[in-house]
Write a protein that binds this ligand. Sequence first.
Ligand code: NDP
Ligand code: GDR
Length: 360
Amino acid sequence: MKKALITGVTGQDGAYLAEFLLGKGYEVHGIKRRTSLFNTDRIDHLYQDPHEENRRLVLHHGDLTDSSSLIRIIQQVQPDEIYNLAAQSHVAVSFEEPEYTANSDGLGALRILEAIRILGLEKKTRFYQASTSELYGLVQEIPQKETTPFYPRSPYAVAKLYAYWITVNYREAYGLYACNGILFNHESPKRGETFVTRKITRALARIKLGLQNCVYLGNLDAKRDWGHARDYVEMQWLMLQQEQAEDFVIATGVQYSVRQFVDAAAKELGISITWKGEGIEEKGYDASGNLIVAVDPRYFRPTEVETLLGDATRAKEKLGWTPPTSFEQLVAEMVEEDLRSAQRDELVKSHGFSTFNYNE
Ligand code: NDP
Ligand code: GDR
């Protein structure tokens, strides 16, 4: 039985990947950092009681900023594959916590690569690094592919640039099977609530049910290439099954603006939005003239990535990649899930209990 170790197993991709690898018959080990609450919602459906024998999902406490925990876990597990998905993954937050972001997202990758070397696992353990389209930042070429020059535009992207190159360097210097998946934005109902797509589907579902009045967003003109996380984790696995380690772009090749995402989610909910004004004055109204979308400059970033569009030709040719989920299907799935949870909140509220809505 193959063993995989996933850092960031409690995150969006970690949860989909753990489920996918369990389905492939792997023994899956996940690294989870200590939190004051359980924080395992995304993987609760996969949970196996630690007292059970022959468990195939095992969680370990560890942290990307703590070499000692990484070395201990890797030594204990002796994984065939490591997926380094853990990160402070929020671009806007990286401007507020630049040093921590560098430590976890940049040096974290180095710590794992060094652990593989220290433990003499160079020939056994394959390494996947969660690289990102944010590396392209101020884009130098449209669409972006593996050979497009990088121009990172945030502390997050700069940290990920280090992780990208240290992965390439360890491959070249020590012959490790180590590769970068340069993944463009991928979303799902498991997406963190403060990323723009989930923020939109969640807020519009609540607005539809009268639980919230308005959603405040930042740059509505930003354009992204959005795919489904479930499809993308399969490519992470495939990248580690090749004869030779290589870096791949994974993207849909189609681009939409944040405003278009709002329109698509609203359409799914039967809300029609009329846009008025420009820039920070731009506002979206429903058919009854209620203000439901407004721009709040607090969500603008000091340096923005305006446009990203991927060219995944290499992945198409070598990994057989075609994005199975369309933009419309992605939006519909996210809206459906968020409507369901808004309905739960509505029910709770109708019985006199309060529900809390963190609106960031
Ligand atoms: P999430 O933010 O959903 O998950 C991040 C995971 O990393 C969580 O499990 C989090 O734990 C964990 N984590 C954060 N800091 C540490 C740390 N110091 N030590 C250990 N674990 C830590 O991200 P996604 O699942 O969306 O993304 C997965 C990876 O792919 C990330 O590296 C991200 O930067 C990268 N990426 C994501 C893309 C996307 O569109 N989703 C696109 C390209 C790259 P906790 O639950 O405790 O917060
Ligand atoms: P991104 O995702 O920065 O691309 O990083 P995010 O959803 O945060 O932003 C996408 C674009 O939408 C604009 N935007 C807003 N963003 C947020 N979060 N909140 C808002 O209210 C808002 N309004 C407009 C942003 O300015 C931006 O242009 C994600 C993360 O998953 C990274 O970890 C990953 O590497 C990249 O995708 C690829």
